[in-house]
Every structure is written in C-alpha cells, then in structure tokens.
Write a protein that binds this ligand. Structure first.
Ligand SMILES: *Cc1c(COP(=O)(O)O)cnc(C)c1O
Length: 384
C-alpha cells in the first residue's frame, strides 16, 4: 500500500535514505527514535491537536466554489490552508517539530528558508515555545525578501546570511545542517518540507497528514463522496503529500503540479541532494541546477523522495505549468471567488484551468496551500 512508513533505511521504494556525513547519523537516529515515540504517545498527539485547533485555527474549512466552477465547467472545492495562522500549511509541520524538540529537551531551533515563509513559521513557533531560533537564508534571498526578514527578527529570530554557492535556498540548507552538526546537544533542525535525510520526509508528511484526514471527512460531509481528482502544487512536496494522504487509498486521481522551470519529476534524474535520493535537476556532471519559478516557494531543484516513488508506481502523476499560466490563475481565483491565492497553489489552479476538457464533469479538490498577501507586491509589478 502507498504512503505507509518508509523502510528501515528510510526508503520509499528506492528513494529517500540517510545520505549525511557520519557526524549527523547519531542526530538523525536520535530524532527518528524520538519521533516514533512521540507519534505513538496519546499525550503528544493531544497536545499537538490542541495547538493546531487553538493556535493555528484548525480545522481549516472546505469551500465549494460556485462561480469558479461555472467558469471552468466542472465542480471545484478548495481546502483552505490559506486560513491557517501565518497564512499557509507550513504551521502544521513547524508546530509538530517544535513540540517534538521541546519533548527532546532541546532549547534552540535551526531552520533554512528560501522565500522566508518557513523561516517565519519557525520563528513563530520558537516565540510561542520560548525557544532560541536561528534561520539561515541565502544572501540573495535576504535582499529579495526584506519583509519576511523583518518579520522573523520581530518574532525574535536571528537571521543569518548564507554566502556560499548561489546564495539561495540550497546553500541555506547546507549552512543549517552545518550548524546542527555543531550544536546538536541543544538544537533541533526544523526542516521545512518532505525532504532531507530520514526521518524528515516521513515525519514532515505525518505532521501534514491532518490536511488529508480533515479533507476526506469534509468531502464525505459536503459532497457525500471523495472527489475524482485531488491536486496540489509541489515544491519539496509537503502540502501535496498532506492532502494526498487522505485519498491515496481511494480511487481518487492524485496530481502534483510543478513549475516548468523546476519540474524535477519530468526533467530530473535520480540523484542525492541534502541527504536523500530523489529526482533532481542536475547537469551531465551531476552538478545541481538552479530551479526557476515566479514563485520563490517552489524554487527547489529537487522533490521529496516519496513523490518520486508515487510517480514511479503510477499512484500520482506530475504536471508542469508556465509562469504566464500561473499569473492568469492568480487573477482567476481572485476575481471569481474573492480569494487571493499564493503563487504556489496558483500553479495547481493553472493546471486545472488548462485541462478543462479532461476535467469536464469531474469534481476537483484543490489544496489552497497559502494566501497571496505575500505575493501582492510582486504581482503589482507584473500586472501594473
Ligand atoms: C512553502 C510553500 C509551498 C511549497 O512547499 P511544499 O513543501 O511543496 O508544500 C507551497 N505553498 C505555499 C503557500 C508555501 O508557503
């Protein structure tokens, strides 16, 4: 069956694993043991559920879209992760990891961030738990994302510039791992998606499973059945795995949507980056290529290993869309439903908009992973 636990070596099929320097192996093993113990503890689960309800605002609603459905010619429903505290699904994972870190006796959170969304979420959880927080961010991204840098500092985080390589997300991940090696006694590395060495891809997926559990129940209540198609955008792939997990054991078709400039499944070759084996954009010498997308949150050259496995076994399929299609979709949802989406989930909507013929007569559930406030300035420049 798909989407169970990975193998003992942390593999989903042939993907995943724990490709880290020897000095990090004990830290990954300690984390796996701690997560396994916490995840089977009713106390831990209750404490996390309470936080998700009282702090993050869960359950997030399921919204039927009348005007959008009319425009597209088939029924559309949205899972509203945009309504969570801090504006996206990321809070689910971060609250889980922060609570786990506290249970492990750690007092400091280390995180990487690209556009700054995961950094803001981690800084939020650190403030809530009274923990120290260090966020690594590429020098280039620090310049591009000044507002999120300010937010993190306001929340009490120490934002540090990653100055190696391309000075973007992948370099920030390297710096964060280096920090973790040196401070593992009292630090937890709060990784932001379903990637990295085992147990991260599994653990992060489990912390987002709540999206799929709620969505399945809500679909039964509202539609009286599961949707024909569930779709979500894929950067590392955490919001997609969260919602897929609720439907993987049904007949529902699962579709992940990547930016054309970062289509790891379609254009990548299996390779190792940041601790795990997965499809990866690389050149003929194995050098990791830069992904390119209008949305900084999907600007990642790899993809979580479980997605590679789901693609290989044919349980999910992966599509790509262009920036121009995304800009159209961003406006479409705003205009028809009064919901300004983040640019990331606008990718999935762009696919839905293009595939009207294929989707005719079906019911499609879109995971609206975040809200578009953060992208308004950028879109103001694009649209004039
Ligand atoms: C970070 C982010 C993503 C991409 O991350 P995944 O791990 O692929 O889900 C998607 N949507 C929003 C709103 C984000 O902030």
């Amino acid at each position: 069956m798909a989407m169970n636990e990975p193998s003992e070596e942390g593999r989903f099929g042939k993907y995943g694993g724990m490709f880290v320097p020897e000095t990090l192996i004990p830290a990954c093993e300690e984390l796996e043991i701690a997560f396994r113990e916490a995840w089977s503890s009713t106390d831990f689960r209750k404490e996390l559920d309470d936080l998700l309800r009282d702090y993050a605002g869960r359950p997030s609603p399921l919204t039927r879209c009348e005007r959008l459905s009319e425009e597209l010619g088939y029924q559309v429903v949205l899972k509203r992760e945009d309504l969570n505290h801090t504006g996206s699904h990321k809070i689910n994972n971060v609250l889980g990891q922060a609570l786990l870190a506290k249970r492990m006796g750690k007092t400091r959170l280390v995180a990487e961030t690209g556009a700054g969304q995961h950094g803001v979420a981690t800084a939020t959880a650190a403030a809530l738990f009274g923990m120290e927080c260090v966020v690594y961010m590429g020098e280039v991204d620090i310049e591009r994302q000044a507002l999120n840098v300010f937010r993190m500092r306001l929340l009490g985080a120490d934002v540090r510039s990653a100055v190696s390589g391309s000075r973007t997300l992948k370099d920030a991940i390297n710096e964060a791992m280096r920090d973790w090696v040196a401070t593992v006694e009292h630090s937890h590395y709060c990784l932001g998606s379903v990637m990295g060495p085992h147990p991260y891809p599994w653990m992060v997926r489990e912390f987002h499973r709540v999206i799929g559990i709620e969505a399945h129940r809500q679909c039964m209540d509202v539609l009286g059945r599961v949707p024909d198609v569930v779709t979500a955008c894929v950067g590392g792939g955490s919001n997609a795995l969260g919602i897929f997990s609720g439907f993987v054991d049904t007949e529902t078709e699962l579709v992940g949507v990547e930016p054309a400039g970062g289509a790891a499944i379609e254009r990548g070759i299996p390779g190792v980056v940041h601790g795990s084996l997965s499809y990866l954009l690389q050149d003929e010498w194995g050098q990791v290529l830069e992904a390119e997308s209008i949305s900084a949150g999907l600007d990642y050259p790899g993809i979580g290993p479980e997605h590679s496995h789901l693609a290989d076994i044919g349980r999910a399929r992966y599509e790509k869309v262009t920036d121009a299609e995304v800009i159209e979709a961003f406006q479409l949802l705003s205009r028809t439903e009064g919901i300004i989406p983040a640019l990331e989930p606008a990718h999935a909507l762009a696919w839905m908009s293009r595939e009207r013929e294929f989707l005719l007569g079906k019911t499609v559930l879109l995971n609206l992973s975040g809200r578009g406030d953060k992208d308004a300035m950028q879109m103001m420049e694009v649209l004039g």
